[in-house]
Design a protein around this ligand. Structure first.
Ligand SMILES: C[S@@+](CC[C@H](N)C(=O)[O-])C[C@H]1O[C@@H](n2cnc3c(N)ncnc32)[C@H](O)[C@@H]1O
Length: 298
């Protein structure tokens, strides 16, 4: 066996060597191709990053301009567009906080707008509670300040500790774990950086803290959902034109609802942000959802 192998051995070695020699430049050239593809991809990636960044910045600018425009009509338009129902939806969100049964709490109202949710919290919370109203729009935050300066709210003891913070939801200048309850009402849909905003909500909550979100949904069920859908699609922009002389902002509202996540997908994003025991309750024939979740203690 050994004798029959020995003449073939140098041949095999030569064949191996020549195959290796052939493969080496091929490997080198494929390495070079990879490197040059990498080189080609780098500027493309940088361009894609820059364009995402531009889109994000222009969306943020657009949302900011819209809320600046609608600020003077904001509360009246909410009443008109929802036929007053927004009060009931917000009351449900605040009821879900179970403030009456609780001791002092720190509640953060993210995207507080005119402070409508915060005012409901102030009326129900323990007198030693703290309230933090956050919005990135100075015109909207000014409305919240005005609301809390009204005598009806100003007499409440917990108002001593109301703070107004101008900040983006994706970057809030507050310490980790400093809030018991984080609530965002009709804000999430407008955030340019929703993933970061949800991560920030999780960071701000203390372990055991409660997250709530009221938001519209793009789909609807049954006759009530169909009616609500038709209402936001056709009547709302028209109301914007009549009452606020600003149809464009209310077309944005309609389109932002159309583009937004279904409640099931939003629930998945909340889980992705680290929230647990996540659930949602549909209202208005599925046109609206109250989402809840908890930051579970480690
Ligand atoms: C539809 S209003 C909701 C106001 C209030 N929560 C309510 O339910 O009446 C949306 C608010 O989100 C604010 N907002 C939009 N983008 C934001 C962001 N990235 N960070 C913080 N607030 C934001 C707007 O300025 C506006 O006041």
């Amino acid at each position: 066996m050994a004798a029959s192998h020995s003449p073939r051995a140098p041949a095999r070695a030569t064949a191996r060597a020549s195959t290796e020699n052939m493969r080496a430049p091929a490997r080198a050239s494929s390495k070079n191709t990879r490197a040059s593809t990498k080189d080609m991809r780098a500027p493309a990636r940088a361009t894609a990053r820059a364009s995402t960044e531009n889109t994000r910045a222009s969306r943020e600018k657009n949302v900011r301009a819209i809320f600046e425009r609608v600020a003077p009509y904001y509360d009246q338009m909410n009443d008109a567009m929802s036929l007053g129902l927004h009060r009931r939806w917000k009351a449900r969100a605040v009821a879900a906080m179970h403030l009456e049964r609780a001791g002092p709490r720190t509640v953060l109202d993210m995207a507080c707008g005119s402070g409508d949710i915060a005012a409901r919290v102030a009326q129900r919370a323990h007198p030693q509670s703290r309230l933090i109203c956050v919005d990135n729009n100075p015109a909207m935050l000014a409305l919240a300040r005005q609301r809390f300066a009204q005598p009806r709210l100003a007499h409440l003891a917990c108002l001593k500790s109301v703070r107004f913070v101008r900040a983006d939801a994706a970057s809030v200048p507050l310490a980790d774990g400093c809030v018991d309850i984080y609530c965002v009402g009709f804000g999430l849909r407008n955030f340019a950086e929703r993933t970061q905003a949800l991560a920030e909500a999780h960071r701000l909550l203390r372990p055991g803290g409660h997250f709530l979100c009221l938001e519209f949904a793009p789909e609807a069920r049954g006759w009530l959902g169909a009616a609500a859908h038709a209402w936001t699609d056709t009547v709302v922009p028209q109301l914007g034109a009549w009452l606020a002389q600003d149809k464009a902002s209310y077309i944005y509202l309609r389109d932002s609802i159309r583009r937004f996540l279904t409640p099931a997908r939003l629930e998945a994003e909340l889980r992705g942000a680290g929230l647990q025991r996540v659930s949602h309750r549909l209202m208005l024939g599925g046109r609206l959802a109250l989402h809840q979740g908890w930051k579970v203690a480690a």
